[in-house]
Write a new protein. Structure first.
Length: 211
């Protein structure tokens, strides 16, 4: 049985699913599911795919989709706080909506807003909307995001969480080649306990880590 090192926790993971387009491994330690790096898209192809994402301020469907993470910030913070949209994409919709309500939000994206504006700063909250499934090195990224949070800060994410009741072979979420790391509930709980967070709340696609 082939095995690969889990990019989140460093343990060896066993082959979980394969077909002609996909090869995923499952980690017994953290529960993460990850795509074999040989199946990752090259950087140019990955960027081109992101450019086709229909996340614009005029797209009512995307605004409805992103509403839970937007509301989570509005419900827990006010314009005196400082936030970071980590992986904001080519059009930082959520941070722009917050700025329209006088919130202060920085934007970072390795492809489209690559300046590491967060260096030397800490934040009251970080938002990651459909971002964490794209992490090639989730262990490194969660360590960084934890370090950027002030005490009692929040990391607010959205992603589709895998359940063992889900038919992985027919699951749409794994078909996006840029989705390279997929989370179970226990993976999120592992992140909470292993990266210094005090709590994690999982409400469907909405995930909140507290520092």
């Amino acid at each position: 049985m082939s095995r690969k090192t889990c990019p989140l926790c460093g343990e060896m993971a066993a082959r979980f699913f394969s077909d002609q387009n996909h090869l995923f491994y499952s980690c017994d330690r953290c529960g993460g599911l990850f795509r074999d790096p040989a199946h990752w898209p090259v950087e140019e192809v990955e960027k081109e795919r992101y450019l086709h994402h229909e996340n614009h301020l005029e797209d009512q469907g995307y605004l409805a989709f992103a509403k839970p993470i937007f509301q989570a910030v509005r419900n827990q913070f006010d314009p005196t706080s400082l936030g970071l949209d980590f992986g904001c994409g080519h059009t930082p919709v959520i941070s722009e909506l917050l700025r329209r309500e006088n919130f202060k939000v920085d934007d970072y994206d390795p492809f489209f807003h690559p300046e590491k504006i967060y260096q030397g700063k800490t934040y009251d909250y970080l938002i990651c909307c459909e971002v964490i499934e794209h992490f090639h090195e989730p262990g490194r990224e969660f360590g960084l995001m934890h370090s950027l949070l002030r005490e009692s800060g929040k990391l607010i994410c959205m992603t589709d969480v895998y359940s063992d009741k889900t038919d992985f072979g027919n699951w749409y979420y794994k078909n996006d080649p840029t989705h390279v790391f997929i989370y179970r509930n226990r993976t999120l709980e592992f992140i909470c306990s292993s990266f210094g967070f005090s709590d994690v709340k999982i409400q469907g696609r909405l995930i909140e880590f507290s520092k």
